[in-house]
Every structure is written in structure tokens, then in C-alpha cells.
Design a protein around this ligand. Structure first.
Ligand SMILES: NC(=O)c1ccc[n+]([C@@H]2O[C@H](COP(=O)([O-])OP(=O)(O)OC[C@H]3O[C@@H](n4cnc5c(N)ncnc54)[C@H](O)[C@@H]3O)[C@@H](O)[C@H]2O)c1
Length: 269
């Protein structure tokens, strides 16, 4: 089924060159959006945007580092040139994780990781809201993670950052709802981006453990995650607000207690 939910709509997204961001850009453009696509990896961004513009999609790449406020401002200024400030969907995907225990990780590492994940999201939200307020509203989607919902030992800085993104999204929705601006967070579980699949290729046991972590017996694809993001960004979600959409194949739907073998289990009552 072909959908055109973003015909005549303008979207900006960060992290567009790879993984979930790239799949989201492709879905937005495929459904008719005018897209401002932001990433700091110039080569990857050109590779991702090229095929879309070749087939007549309306995508403008902006090479910018979301760690720098001026980079984010430049991206929004590009948007202003393209659409005169009109912004229907602002989707903030750029981010990364960092391994290190809470005891070991240096303060500078926390600052770097939080600047990339949290502060960049805050700045994007601020600049998006200022535009959406004057143009009748819009939808904001922030990238959290199931890692923001509970702990992953060894990844505390990332988990705390993703939890912050989820919480700030709720605050934002309540601050700006009266301007017809919705704000939601997406919380993916393990998604098989090119980068993730490459790292799992050399770690088959970890790959199998990831697959076992969902009741579907597999991890998700970037396209499946993009579909959930685009739902939140679209008018299909017009009454979905201040919430998170968990896109994890069911991973977080279990308590963690020992599991029974359901094939050999027989009810004794
Ligand atoms: N893949 C997963 O399993 C998963 C699960 C939950 C959440 N997430 C989140 O989804 C987002 C995307 O993850 P992914 O797995 O698709 O990663 P990815 O590495 O495949 O893509 C991330 C993109 O963001 C860009 N980016 C990184 N830092 C940037 C910066 N400073 N300025 C501009 N662009 C920058 C990268 O260049 C890259 O193109 C991240 O926020 C990540 O935390 C991913």
C-alpha cells in the first residue's frame, strides 16, 4: 500500500545519513515530504540523499554537527529558506551510546554524550517550537530508547540520557500543546542498522542473544522503526501526544523472571 501522508508537508530530521535516520528520511520523502536532512557525515549523507533526489524526491542535505548549537541553527536556517519557516514534523534522531560504568566514566565523557543526545534534542525542540508556533502547529518526535526505561549495566550515561529525552518530551508536550504542537518519543529496542549488523557479524553469540531477547525471535529493521516514527510524525497520530512509542518487538514486555518451556509445560490445576 502506498501512502502519501506527507504530501505538501515539510520535515526536518537529524541523523539522516545512516541507520534509523536514513530509513526515516526515505520513508518521509517516499510519502511526499519536503525534507531537510541533517548529519555531520558529509559522504554518507550525500550517498543517502542522492538516490532520493535522483528519483525526484525533495530532500535538501545539510552537513552539520548537532553537538554545536550553530550547526543546528544553520540547519533550521536552511529550512527557513526552503519553506519560509513552515515545519510540520521535526524528528531528532542523531545520537550515540558510550560504554563505561558509572564509577569509571569521566565527567567529560558524560558531558559529551549528554551534549550529543540530550542538549542537541533540547536545541532542536526549541528551534522547532519557535517555528511551529507561528505556522499553526506540528509534530515533534524525539529519539529515546528502551534503554531510557530501565538500566543496562555499563551503559548508564546513555540510559540516563535517553531517560532525560523521554521526560523532556513529556514536559514539552504540556508546554506547547496549546499551539497545536504534539511531542512524542520513540523508544526502539535492538534495531539492525548496518553498523549494528557489522558488529554482530563477529559476535554470533551476541547476535543470537539479541534475537532471543524478543518474543518474535529477531531484532527489528531500520524500516520498521522508521514506520513507527513516521506514524508519530503524521496526522494519523493527531491525538497521540506526550507519550512514548516502544518499538522493540516485545522485548520489554517481560518481567525478567525465569521463563518456563511452554512446549513441555502442562497445567496441573
Ligand atoms: N540501533 C538501535 O538499536 C537503537 C536502539 C535504540 C535507540 N537508538 C537511537 O537511534 C538513533 C540512531 O541510531 P542508529 O542505530 O540508527 O545509529 P547510526 O550510527 O546508524 O546512525 C546515526 C546517525 O547519526 C549521525 N550523527 C551522529 N552524531 C552526530 C552529530 N554530532 N551531528 C550530526 N549527526 C550525527 C551519524 O553520522 C549517523 O548518520 C540514536 O539516537 C540511537 O541512540 C538506536
Amino acid at each position: 500500500m502506498t501512502m502519501n501522508r506527507f504530501e505538501d508537508k515539510v520535515a526536518l530530521l537529524t541523523g539522516a545519513a545512516n541507520g534509523i535516520g536514513r530509513a526515516t528520511m526515505e520513508r518521509l520523502a517516499g510519502e511526499g515530504a519536503t525534507v531537510v536532512a541533517v548529519d555531520h557525515q558529509a559522504g554518507d549523507l550525500a550517498d543517502a540523499v542522492g538516490p532520493l533526489t535522483d528519483e525526484g524526491r525533495n530532500v535538501t542535505p545539510v552537513v552539520a554537527d548537532v553537538m554545536e548549537e550553530s550547526g543546528i541553527e544553520a540547519a533550521f536556517e536552511t529550512l527557513d529558506h526552503i519553506s519560509n519557516g513552515r515545519l510540520d514534523a521535526s524528528i531528532h534522531i542523531a545520537g550515540n551510546s558510550m560504554f563505561g560504568t558509572i564509577e569509571d566514566l569521566a565527567s567529560e565523557d558524560w558531558e559529551r554524550l549528554w551534549r550529543l543526545n540530550v542538549l542537541s534534542t533540547v536545541i532542536c525542540c526549541r528551534l522547532a517550537v519557535r517555528r511551529m508556533k507561528t505556522t499553526g502547529g506540528g509534530a515533534i518526535v524525539n529519539m529515546s530508547s528502551i534503554s531510557g526505561l530501565a538500566g543496562d549495566p555499563g551503559w548508564g550515561a546513555y540510559n540516563a540520557a535517553k531517560a532525560a529525552i523521554w521526560n523532556l518530551t513529556q514536559c514539552l508536550a504540556w508546554e506547547v500543546g496549546r499551539y497545536n504542537i504534539r511531542a512524542n518519543a520513540i523508544c526502539p529496542g535492538p534495531i539492525g542498522t548496518r553498523r549494528m549488523l557489522a558488529s554482530l557479524e563477529t559476535a554470533p553469540e551476541q547476535a543470537a542473544a539479541y534475537a532471543r531477547s524478543t518474543p518474535l525471535g529477531r531484532i527489528g529493521t531500520p524500516e520498521e522503526c522508521a514506520a513507527a516514527i513516521c506514524f508519530l510524525a503524521s496526522d494519523d497520530a493527531s491525538f497521540v501526544n506526550s507519550t512514548m512509542l516502544v518499538c522493540d518487538g516485545g522485548l520489554t514486555g517481560v518481567t525478567g523472571q525465569p521463563r518456563f518451556d511452554m512446549d513441555s509445560y502442562s497445567f496441573a490445576g
